[in-house]
Write a protein that binds this ligand. Structure first.
Ligand code: MEV
Length: 433
């Protein structure tokens, strides 16, 4: 299956724009209508509808800020072939993800696993008067509250197998010597991200909780540190160059023990994850915040990923919270998000979370491989040259090709290239012609 899948996308990045879209149509990922939609700029071509949509998303709307939408190819995850839509402005992220996925597809495996699926809603009791009594009151009333909530606020979720499941009470010491109690509600939101419904559930319980306990409640809000909604991804590569994979292990250790490196490492992981979240209309800030907080849970900020070399085998893993959805909110409203979900085969939230985690891990492997071999500059700059060519003012195809050729020569020779060099060379090329 791997080779056949890879063949479908061979030379995909070299195709021109229209042929690339046509290939996706031929492969059954896109319809003729989807192609027209993408040609026209990825938002409704009906002016009224376009304006209505912006007003519905945000306030004081002025228009859109379109990000480029691309596709990472070559992913086989849990033995299933995927192409992953990514909305991102940074050069070389999609190329690196596709190239690394191709390597893994040919020589290894990617597996993901959903460890649990519950979201957390928090109700704060800022200054708890009697924690012991609060605990007893909760024990006494929770079953009743759960039933009421699952029949009202969460009835829709309950019908789909979700709803309020459980709770946890936590006690925290305040800096002024008093104590704060936090009630966590564990809620299954199925394929919805669930932010609004979780917040509504917490608000709903505030009054009954205050009445039963005599305590005064404070904030009612979900937690983005969704550590009961955890996904795990692992990559295994066999028969690898031992020196290379040992270097990848060393790079991993660097990020595991040094927060300065961990932050950059995790930024690279999020290059992939955020791009997939944006493409599918998800709240990427929620996922990013969750992953950063999770990576600091052992007491110090650390790497989200871990790589180990054993003989000629490389093993990598990543575990983290993914508070995302594939139904509701922007995922339903934004036509490009719908299109991205269509390309993915309309996954459930757990499946999308697995894809995001796998993409982050593969993106990280690509970055580490580049860093321990040629460095990231060469690959990045080669692709970035296209930006420089445009910035230097090359307009015609002939001008662009000629300038690109000269810049590639300089990059190969000096390993660096700047906009002022591009400007100078373009000036000279113009004088020559
Ligand atoms: C750049 O966008 C991401 C990297 O810095 C990630 C990393 O250093 O691991 C290349």
């Amino acid at each position: 299956m791997g080779n056949h899948f890879l063949k479908n996308f061979e030379g995909f990045s070299k195709l021109n724009y229209k042929d690339r879209l046509k290939r996706l149509q031929e492969l059954g990922y896109l319809s003729k209508k989807d192609l027209e939609y993408l040609y026209l700029g990825s938002i409704s071509n009906n002016l009224k509808e376009r304006i209505e949509l912006t007003q519905c998303f945000i306030e004081n709307a002025l228009g859109y800020f379109p990000l480029p939408l691309g596709l990472a190819t070559n992913f086989i995850i849990n033995k299933k072939a995927y192409i992953l839509p990514m909305a991102v402005e940074e050069t070389s992220i999609i190329a690196a993800a596709s190239k690394t996925a191709r390597w893994v597809c040919k020589e290894g495996t990617i597996k993901t696993q959903t460890l649990n699926t519950l979201s957390i809603g928090q109700i704060q009791i800022p200054k708890v008067k009697n924690y012991k009594k609060l605990k007893t009151d909760l024990k006494k009333n929770f079953r009743d509250w759960k039933e009421k909530i699952n029949k009202s606020v969460l009835s829709y979720m309950k019908k789909r197998g979700g709803g309020l499941k459980d709770y946890e009470l936590r006690l925290l010491k305040r800096p002024d010597g008093e104590s704060m109690a936090i009630l966590h509600l564990h809620i299954e939101t199925c394929s919805a991200m669930g932010a609004n419904i979780i917040n509504q559930t917490c608000e709903y319980l505030k009054k009954p909780l205050e009445k039963a306990s005599g305590e005064k409640a404070g904030l009612c809000i979900l937690s983005n540190l969704a550590d009961k909604r955890i996904v795990r991804a692992e990559v295994r590569l066999k028969n690898q160059d031992r020196k290379l994979i040992k270097k990848i292990e060393e790079a991993s250790l660097f990020a595991e023990i040094d927060p300065y490196r961990a932050c950059t490492n995790n930024k690279g992981v999020l290059n992939g994850i955020d791009a997939l979240m944006i493409a599918t209309g998800n709240d990427w800030r929620a996922v990013s915040a969750g992953l950063h907080a999770y990576s600091a849970q052992k007491g110090a900020y650390s790497s989200l990923t871990k790589w180990r070399a054993k003989g000629s085998e490389l093993y990598g893993e990543m575990t983290g919270p993914f508070m995302l959805g594939t139904v509701g909110g922007v995922t339903d409203l934004h036509p490009t998000a719908r299109l991205s979900l269509k390309i993915l085969g309309y996954p459930k939230a757990t499946e999308l979370a697995g894809l995001a985690c796998a993409l982050g891990l593969v993106q990280n492997l690509g970055a580490l491989k580049a860093l321990v071999t040629v460095g990231v500059i060469e690959g990045h700059m080669r692709l970035h040259i296209k930006n420089l060519v445009l910035k230097a003012g090359a307009k015609t195809n002939k001008e662009q090709k000629a300038l690109e050729k000269e810049l590639i020569k300089i990059l190969k020779k000096t390993k660096r290239i700047t906009l002022s060099q591009a400007n100078q060379i373009f000036k000279k090329l113009k004088q020559k012609n």
